[in-house]
Design a protein around this ligand. Structure first.
Ligand SMILES: Cc1ncc(COP(=O)(O)O)c(C=O)c1O
Length: 372
């Protein structure tokens, strides 16, 4: 079927600059030095698990991260910290973003006393632009798509002597994206302290939403290193119309997807996967799927109007990507073979990361105004 790909993962991670930086990451020690640092909560949703007849469902809620309403501050802050250790005289930091990464870079630059310039693609909603400006950054709308906006940020940085802090890698631009991935490791390491809430300390399947794939790659690297061949099954989820990872699996190499790039999952609306992230993802993913926006809306409502006395979670369109993928997998006839392949039964424990809160409040309110 063309909406999913089953991958025979080798679970072998090549040794290179990226995996070296991941292995030597001290991100959690750095993050603990920040006064705003707190591990984000993990929420158990037993009634939702009953609804889908699975063992249990856990959600790590990143809307609480650093007061930024998304997980991205983990990567940006660690990368900016490591760059400034080597080059303290940098004056201006620059990036391209579809929202959360830009706000995170603006915040991390402010923390370090540096200026930030953030380029955003066309269609970036006003509330996300405001959130970046509120962290003190200059925001420039390029009127272009995500990949083109990344190119503008790269070229302008070279021209003006600014430091580019981009969360996607390409040839000869690998170190900073690796530091960003290393920063993301903090929230996987936080989970070590939460294992006691999981029955038999075990998660069976993890669903990871992906844009350029840097976050999914950090997660996969963590799971493969921590659990080896006994790692949880890993499902990568993308929007139907921007499925760079699924398209790359199908092509057998990293490619730009051919969809329309129309999706409400703005953070996942990216083009070609990150070079170094793809290297990790292709060796540690079991299944890649793409899903329609309606599943993201369903997942937002599901968390907002919880089953029984489950706790309410406020999650944004990209933040619910993993859960939306699970709902699609359980509901769509065409995805039933995946349920069997992943071995999802009444005993299976599932983990999701809600990677953002309601970062586009207007659209969030529209979505939750329709009660399930
Ligand atoms: C909320 C949210 N979740 C997940 C992602 C995916 O991260 P990546 O682009 O590294 O795949 C993003 C990216 O912006 C995001 O904003």
């Amino acid at each position: 079927m063309n909406e999913y790909f089953i991958n025979k993962a080798s679970n072998i991670m090549a040794w290179n600059l990226t995996t070296d930086i991941l292995s030597n990451s001290k991100a959690i020690d750095y993050h603990k030095t920040l006064s705003v640092y707190q591990p984000t909560p993990i929420v158990s949703l037993p009634n939702l698990a009953l609804k889908y007849n699975v063992g249990n469902i856990y959600v790590k809620d990143e809307s609480y991260r650093f007061g930024l309403n998304a997980f991205k501050g983990l990567g940006a802050s660690y990368a900016v910290h490591k760059i400034l250790e080597k080059q303290p005289d940098i004056e201006t930091i620059c990036t391209a973003t579809d929202g959360n990464h830009g706000r995170a870079v603006a915040w991390a630059s402010k923390l370090a006393g540096k200026k930030a310039v953030v380029f955003v693609p066309k269609d970036t909603v006003e509330s996300r632009i405001k959130a970046i400006e509120n962290e003190g950054a200059l925001v420039i709308n390029t009127g272009l798509n995500y990949d083109e906006t990344c190119a503008v940020a790269k070229n302008t940085s070279i021209e003006k002597g600014w430091q580019l802090v981009q969360d996607t890698a390409w040839e000869n631009y690998e170190e900073i994206p690796a530091l960003i991935k290393a920063g993301y490791l903090t929230h996987f390491e936080e989970l070590e302290n939460d294992l006691h809430v999981l029955p038999k300390h075990k998660v069976d399947v993890v669903f990871l939403q992906a844009g350029v794939g840097s976050w999914a790659a950090a997660a996969i690297w963590y799971y493969v290193n921590r659990y080896g061949n006994n790692r949880p099954k890993i499902v990568v989820v993308e929007p139907y119309e921007s499925d760079g990872i699924l398209a790359s699996f199908k092509a057998g190499k990293r490619v730009t997807p051919e969809g329309t790039f129309k999706t409400i999952m703005a953070g996942l609306n990216c083009g070609i996967p990150s070079l170094t992230s793809w290297d990790i993802i292709k060796n540690g993913t079991d299944v890649a799927i793409k899903i329609e926006d309606e599943f993201a809306e369903q997942a937002i409502r599901q968390l907002y109007y919880p089953e029984g006395n489950d706790k309410r979670i406020i999650a944004g369109e990209s933040g619910v990507g993993g859960l939306a993928g699970f709902i699609a997998l359980m509901c769509k006839e065409s995805m039933q073979p995946l349920k069997t392949y992943l071995g999802i039964t009444a005993n299976t424990n599932l983990l999701f990361y809600s990677t953002e809160g309601a970062t586009d409040l207007e659209n969030f309110n529209k979505i939750v105004s329709l009660k399930p």
